[in-house]
Design a protein around this ligand. Sequence first.
Ligand code: PLP
Length: 544
Amino acid sequence: MRDIANVDLDSDDSGSILESGLCCEWENKDGSGMQTELGEENEEVMSEFYRRNSEPPTDEPVQEQFDFEYPAPRTEGLDHPSMPDATWFTNFLVSFSYTVKFFFARLRHILQLYGWEKCKGNVESEKYKNFVPLFSGPDPLFIRNIYRQGSDVCNRPVASVPGTLMTVRDRFTPDYGWTFEYKGTESRVLNMGSYNYLGFAQNRGPCAEAARRAIDQHGVSACTPSFNFRHNKVHKQLDALIAEYLGVEAAMCFPMGYGTNAMNIPAIVGKGSLILSDQLNHASLVTGCRLSGALVKVFKHNDVNDLERKLIQAIAEGDRTTGRPYKKILIVMEGIYSMEGTISPLPQVVALKKKYKAYLFLDEAHSIGALGETGKGCSEYFGCDPTDIDVMMGTLTKSFAAAGGYLAGTKKLIDAIRTRSHDIHYGTWMAAPVAAQVLSSMHIIMNKDGAGEGKLRIRQLLRNTRYFRRSLAQRGFLLYGHEDSPVVPLMTFFCTRTLIFCRETLRRNLAVVGVCYPATPLTKCRARFCISAAHTKEQLDWVC
Ligand code: PLP
């Protein structure tokens, strides 16, 4: 493998997948050009070569001596890591490449308008010319000309459980992303893109069995909102178990994580209130904040000083439109940020919210199950009292490998949400097998069966995370986020490099996710790895 790549990567000769994945953009040692310049035939030979030589190691767990102890809570908080910066020249090149792309996108658009170039995408039709335009404007321009060129890296067709090893269907695009054709073959790849933090994404074992039993008893769908027919036993058990797990009075689950935020923030705050929202909050939180009707102000990502400034300003000035103090001030932030891998500074934020009598909404989508000795998320990781978090939110799609979300807090809060939530009144209830999967995985995490497996998984996740981050850092890759975050962004800066990185790693049977503008700032594109407790050391070594 290294013979062909012949790259100078300043490292030992272990032939890791990542190195060979990146080499397509590196110049050969003898200066004989870039590897991307291989002829089409050679490309095919290489592709076959890698397929045969880079089978990911199996996911058979290796029996190891488990001597890794979970660290004590970080009561003092964490320093915010600085974003790895590229040189000004790289930043210039990245911006320049986007300028060129947009210039040609615009040019092609004009050519297409005059019929000099055929547009394969959707265009406004003469028949509907008096209707609101659907395919004009900057968004379709971006999608047709920029996103399309990298669309093979997105929406990858998966044909198996998203465990550590998964099957993807092979496809290719004969026309630069306008269409895809399936080859009829499949590849077994090492999955480092799914949020399967605790390794519960399985179609065998106790969780899958519980889900099967729930189908036998309750069927697949609730077929009605819970407002019409109150939820059944499984849902009641789940609400109670979530509250018990988190150490709060009450909890309530919802069928969709996105909807939990989008539909329920409006049930908590409204007109006359202020929301202070972290700059990098997830789209579901942004939607919820906007729908609420409250005034939304944004503070810099994880910046407690900026948050305090905004709190002081809000209290001093009040609501300028009415001249009255705000009814409520709600701070909205996440536990672990899914594109950055950063952990929020919970102890400092809790101190601020107490000092200024504000409320805190914490979205633990990526931290529940993944942080803290028993997986209780940020509050356990930092040794905070969970009741200091006014609204605890989490999703059941990640560590619990199911679907849906939950809200937890005081009984008064949950009762209020129960009566006001649009999700409950107008949306169909969580499917019983999904609830059963969560119940079962949560039982394991809480060690209700006495087998101690939950704690082992959580420790293994932290151990894998630290090991993987250190291995990549030792090899000189620029990473972002905190050491204990299982979301590991590897900075590639260029959008094109990110796409090539994702293509080349997939060709070597490694699936990662590429994140580019507009999901990141223009010059901060990255590839993102998600670590799982189910990854074996051999698999992590194979990557690094
Ligand atoms: N909140 C955060 C922070 C997320 O990252 C996500 C999704 O990844 C969601 C909410 C939505 O969750 P779901 O995918 O379960 O709908």
